[in-house]
Design a protein around this ligand. Structure first.
Ligand SMILES: NC(=O)CC[C@H](N)C(=O)O
Length: 436
């Protein structure tokens, strides 16, 4: 299986790297718009204007329903290899600032908006989003019917796509004006350039089978110190695509967070003598990343507390023996309702996932690491959104308690992790006391 190795604005995958003769991505000119095409794997296409950089890019088309937080979305490493469609029609209204980035670069493979802000307005803004995308070489498209596109993906599922603003001839495109019915796929009448683009989309790498965490992970370990005072707990955090807000949330609770590359082994994690091990969110298919699953099993055997979010939740599930599967179109946005099974409380959560864990919604499952229950359930479609181990100190959630962007309903989960680490330390002290 080929692996998506997208760099912003470039073709997805080595085998799809732009031919040497292709023009380099260059900023779109707002005064003289350049025509751009979004081509889906099933042949449906949309015509709009180049937005951000002019060029050609490939990735999985996914839609995000957040009304706000486009900067955090763009820089979330979990979106690596994906072309993100914003369902909110006005994007870029507050420009860009340096505080809202969740990693050191824009991570999406491409960006689709309906109606970009012509002039950003915010006291924090230092520039416009389209200039920022152009400077980063990120190819985008604007002025298309994002509602029709989203409905198409809801019916047909997330699929590969391309954005191209460099086609020689795109005159005969299957335009959204032709209607947004699911049956509106019309490959007939397309120009040779469009047919060739469709071929390129269909030979681009798929998200299923893509092992992308090592591509976005930190090459070297680094430490985020406790936000104030002496650190109370040492956390070893496996960076599978971590967002800045995550170690910051743990540091605010008195943790010293050691952020480690994706391929760190279980033995290396334990050698740090951490109070707890954290597994981050990340891009790609959780059915890959066997290295992290193995590391996690080593940690679980050592009875060290574990907390996983999103990709980390999926990997904890795999370590326990559950399987993961691909959702039709996933959950991406800041308004996803989740029920806490134990308390009956509902949290509105931030989510960004295309895969999910296959586990029973009710009852207790026996696993090699003891009994496990589903702790959280997605209220839109009954997807397992959390797991709790009853016999080892481990739990995980599919959503994002770090909430960047998003509501803070789930922030208490970091406190739960801290309390789990405190309880484990007390238990160790009691055992040591009993032995002496
Ligand atoms: N945000 C994440 O960690 C996403 C996890 C995984 N890549 C998925 O799409 O389901």
């Amino acid at each position: 299986m080929s692996t998506l190795t997208t760099t912003p604005g470039s073709a997805a995958g080595d085998q799809l790297a732009a031919p040497a003769a292709a023009p380099a991505n260059r900023p779109a000119d707002r005064a003289n718009p350049t025509r751009a095409v979004l081509m889906l794997e099933d042949g449906r296409s949309f015509v709009g204007e180049a937005y951000g950089a002019i060029g050609e890019t490939f990735g999985e088309a996914v839609f995000c329903t957040g009304m706000t937080g486009y900067q955090e979305t763009l820089s979330d490493p979990s979106f690596h290899g994906q072309i993100v469609i914003m369902t909110a029609p006005h994007i870029g209204n507050t420009g860009v600032n340096d505080a809202d980035y969740e990693s050191d670069r824009i991570q999406v493979a491409g960006f689709v908006v309906r109606d970009p802000a012509r002039r950003p307005s915010s006291w924090r803004s230092r520039g416009s989003l389209d200039d920022e995308l152009a400077a980063a070489g990120v190819v985008g498209i604007s002025g298309i019917d994002t509602r029709a596109l989203t409905r198409h993906l809801r019916e047909r599922g997330a699929m590969r796509c391309a954005i191209s603003s460099t086609l020689a001839d795109d005159s005969a495109v299957n335009d959204p004006a032709a209607g947004d019915s699911a049956a509106g796929v019309d490959e007939g009448g397309q120009s040779a350039a469009l047919a060739a683009l469709l071929d390129r989309v269909r030979s681009s790498p798929e998200m299923v089978g893509a092992d992308l965490a090592p591509v976005v992970s930190t090459p070297e370990p680094y430490v985020v110190p406790a936000a104030s005072g002496t650190a109370q707990f040492k956390v070893a955090a496996l960076d599978l695509g971590i967002k800045r807000a995550t170690p910051a949330a743990m540091a605010a609770l008195g943790c010293e967070v050691h952020v480690l590359p994706a391929r760190t082994t279980g033995e290396e994690l334990l050698a740090l003598e951490p109070d707890g091990v954290f597994l981050s969110n990340g891009p790609g298919d959780p059915a890959t990343a066997d290295y992290a699953v193995e590391a996690l099993r080593t940690v679980l055997r050592a009875d060290v507390p574990v907390f996983g979010i999103c990709f980390g939740h999926q990997l904890l599930a795999r370590a326990l023996g559950f399987e993961t599967y691909k959702l039709t179109y996933g959950h991406r946005g800041v308004n996803q309702p989740v029920g806490d099974v134990a308390t009956g409380r509902i949290a509105v959560t931030s989510q960004n996932h295309g895969f999910a864990v296959r586990a029973p919604l009710t009852g207790v499952t026996d696993t090699p690491f003891g009994r496990v229950v589903a702790s959280h359930i997605g209220l839109n479609d009954e997807v397992v959104e959390g797991l709790e181990c009853l016999d080892v100190p481990a739990f995980s959630v599919q959503f994002h308690p770090e909430a960047a962007p998003g509501p803070h309903d789930a922030a208490n989960l970091f406190e739960r992790f801290r309390d789990l680490m405190a309880a484990a330390r007390q238990a160790r002290a009691a055992v040591a006391g009993g032995e002496s």
